[in-house]
Design a protein around this ligand. Structure first.
Ligand code: ZN
Length: 129
């Protein structure tokens, strides 16, 4: 199991972490198996989506903002309920198959860390088995 950090740049952000996950996979020496990526936060998430057009993550964040507005009479006192809801919708983990020491991802797929209450420093935990 390995943990690496991600420095997010704004309140909502999607950062391609495929490179870091691949580095952990290489260090593990595992050739065939499963790679788990877990985000241990309640206002951040992880997802797999298109890496080619930066407008895709931009559109995802824009629409999440429309569906889950920043303020909407939420009761949670910390004031970041929208971030908690987005984190639950997007999810805290992804599993990627590993074959011949490589992550099995589609040509246009990347693993994205999703920040919903940044900017801040976050952790990502990876386990390869
Ligand atoms: Zn909160």
């Amino acid at each position: 199991m390995k943990t690496f950090t991600v420095a997010t740049r704004s309140r909502s952000d999607m950062i391609d972490i495929t490179g870091e996950v691949t580095r952990v996979l290489r260090e593990s020496g595992v050739k065939d198996g499963i790679c788990h990526v877990f985000v241990p936060h309640t206002t951040a998430a992880v997802t797999i989506n298109e890496n080619a057009d930066p407008d895709v993550p931009r559109d995802i964040l824009m629409e999440l903002d429309k569906v889950i507005p920043l303020s909407d009479g939420y009761r949670h006192r910390e004031g970041n309920s929208a971030a908690h809801i987005k984190a639950s919708l997007v999810g805290s983990s992804e599993t990627v198959l590993v074959e011949s020491g490589r992550l099995i991802l589609g040509t246009w797929q990347s693993i994205f860390f999703c920040e919903f209450d940044g900017p801040r420093k976050r952790n990502v935990i990876v386990r390869v088995e």
